[in-house]
Ligand binder design. Structure first.
Ligand SMILES: [Zn+2]
Length: 272
């Protein structure tokens, strides 16, 4: 894939604004969990936006529709500062567990809430929990989405979602648990005690992955959550990683929809 401006590699910084809904599916609706979600909005986002501005980086925020309704000012500020806002369900529901009609209803609600908040329809989807149902692809087609970023069929190369529908033109921008802040940092009592990794340990993994993407001329997609990456020591990690990436010549930081548009153009040209 040829990138604009002689870029050798593309970097997508993506943030999922799950807020309280992070805990909606599997955890009690108690003040402890609710406050962890709120931290993302009240502490995490006000740290992330200035960092992106400092390095002039456009990012992609995936937002559940209910959070666009609950925090319209925050979601409007993403759009106003030049970031993309993508679809992340309505209530952060696990779509693979829903009946088709219910999934369609939630998909539509999520989309409408974002459109109402920023005046623009989302073009891309990231599924809560990195999975979707056999019907989800139909909704992408029906609502004219450009891309998805939930599946893990490649590391740095976007690919067409034709293995589910041979005629699909949806661009899959691969997601990876290895490039997600949650498995490393998010402390959970159950189902497994984990998280609280050292930023040095995660820097080692993320910077090696970036070097792989750079060598291959691919797309390095990092997935973060304001309530996780927003802690001070992790923001320091993110800044260190941004500087490390910027030390490499010809890296293009952009939004997921920009990458998807270019991929689709290229594939359409090839298809004649
Ligand atoms: Zn999420």
């Amino acid at each position: 894939m040829k990138w604009p401006g002689n870029a050798k590699c593309v970097v997508l910084l993506t943030f999922d604004l799950d807020a309280e809904l992070m805990w909606y599916n599997n955890y009690p609706h108690t003040p402890g969990y609710i406050s962890r979600g709120q931290y993302g909005v009240t502490v995490g986002v006000p740290r992330i936006l200035p960092l992106l501005k400092k390095y002039d980086i456009p990012a992609t925020f995936f937002v559940p529709g209910a959070n666009a309704e609950k925090y319209p000012g925050v979601v409007k500020s993403f759009h106003a500062e030049g970031h993309e806002v993508g679809h992340h369900g309505y209530l952060h529901e696990y779509v693979s567990k829903l009946e088709k009609d219910k999934e369609r209803e939630m998909f539509q609600r999520g989309m409408d809430a974002i459109e109402k908040t920023i005046g623009k329809r989302p073009q891309g989807f990231r599924s809560p929990a990195g999975d979707f149902s056999e019907n989800t692809l139909d909704f992408f087609e029906e609502f004219e989405f450009l891309y998805d970023s939930s599946l893990m069929g490649d590391d740095f190369n976007p690919y067409p979602l034709t293995n589910f529908n041979p005629h699909s033109r949806i661009v899959e921008i691969p997601f990876a648990w290895e490039l997600d802040d949650a498995p490393y940092f998010q402390f959970l009592f159950s189902p497994y005690r984990s998280g609280l990794s050292s930023p040095t340990h995660v820097f080692e993994i993320w910077s090696s992955e970036f070097e792989g993407a750079y060598e291959q001329g691919g797309v390095f997609t990092l997935t973060m959550h304001p309530q996780i990456i927003g802690r001070v020591h992790r923001m320091q990690l993110l800044e260190r990683l941004i500087r490390f990436i910027k030390d490499h010549p010809n890296v293009w930081f952009t939004t997921a929809s920009n990458v998807a548009s270019l991929c689709r153009e290229e594939w359409d040209k090839k298809a004649g």
